[in-house]
Design a protein around this ligand. Structure first.
Ligand code: MN
Ligand code: MN
Length: 294
């Protein structure tokens, strides 16, 4: 593969512990901001998430005592933000697909961490990973099912995105959902029917531990998975969420497996005037980035 230039990207600030880059390279992990919140149904502002995380990164260390790994020991490139067409979801997704569709993620050891933006932005990255890994496992951490077959006349709404991805999944691929505590009765029936939902932390731990070591895993993390007492800066908060320590129990398992890609979405920094949600999200991102490194 030749280096793929990202001519439309703007890489102004970068996450601490990473390097700025306007190209996609072999044997590297790439951060891309996807600053879109055009289908948000309640409280908008997730478009400001990626830069808020970059700003917050100056207040945290690059070393993780949980995983005993340091961002500076790996090739992690912050590619800046994708060009955004504010209410045009498809144009931005088409750009993402255009620059990534010919990548050979597995052969060239290319990893991508996408920062949202609202959850609809995960469609492009998840589709790319499903096309690259025939036995991919998608881990979906969220307060919400996101399984509606369209919402407010939008097929690709943030409330439908896991359903849209389900459309692309084969029998060899697997979806595991955890933290879900809000949705329609039909959506919960869908999860029961397809056995996608882990209903307790113990069950989730067992399901992750049971995954074969080399099996490729993609994590889609909607930050409203966490309880709003820790993460109030999000568009659709929902009481009853997890804390950081239980999240780390799951991530430590993923750190031992084969985490090949991830996205972290739904930080709406301006909703939390203390700024703590951005710092929280940044620390979570550091851990996810490190769990992706071998
Ligand atoms: Mn979601
Ligand atoms: Mn959610």
């Amino acid at each position: 593969m030749d280096v793929i230039e990202l001519d439309q990207m703007e890489a102004s600030k970068v996450v601490l512990g990473t390097s700025g880059s306007t190209s996609i390279q072999k044997n590297a992990t790439h951060i891309m901001g996807f600053c879109f919140d055009g289908t948000t149904s309640f409280r908008p502002g997730a478009r400001f998430g990626p830069d808020a995380i970059r700003d917050a990164s100056f207040g945290i260390e690059s070393y993780s005592p949980y995983l005993d790994k340091d961002l500076e020991d790996y090739t992690i490139l912050d590619c800046g933000n994708l060009p955004i067409y504010p209410s045009k979801w498809k144009l931005t997704n088409d750009y993402f697909y255009g620059v990534t569709k010919d990548l050979r993620l597995k052969a060239d050891q290319i990893k991508i961490l996408t920062l949202g933006g609202e959850h609809s932005i995960s469609y492009g990255p998840m589709r790319l990973y499903l096309e690259n890994f025939e036995d991919l496992v998608i881990i979906h951490l969220d307060a919400h099912t996101d399984l509606r077959d369209g919402y407010l006349e939008e097929k690709f709404s943030h409330a439908s995105i896991i359903r849209r991805i389900w459309d692309h999944m084969t029998d060899k691929q697997e979806l595991i959902q955890y933290g879900i505590r809000s949705g329609l009765k039909e959506e919960f029936e869908f999860m029961r029917e397809h056995k996608t939902l882990a209903t307790s932390l113990d069950e989730m731990i067992k399901r992750l531990e049971a995954l074969e070591g080399n099996r490729p895993i993609y994590l889609t993390l909607d930050l409203d998975f966490f309880d709003p007492s820790f993460m109030p800066g999000t568009g659709t908060p929902e009481a009853g969420g997890e804390n950081f320590h239980n999240f780390m129990k799951l991530l430590k398992i993923l750190n031992q497996k084969n985490l090949v890609g991830a996205d972290i979405v739904e930080l709406a920094p301006m909703i939390d005037s203390t700024g703590n949600s951005s710092v929280f999200a940044c620390k979570v991102m550091r851990e996810v980035l490190l769990a992706m490194q071998k």
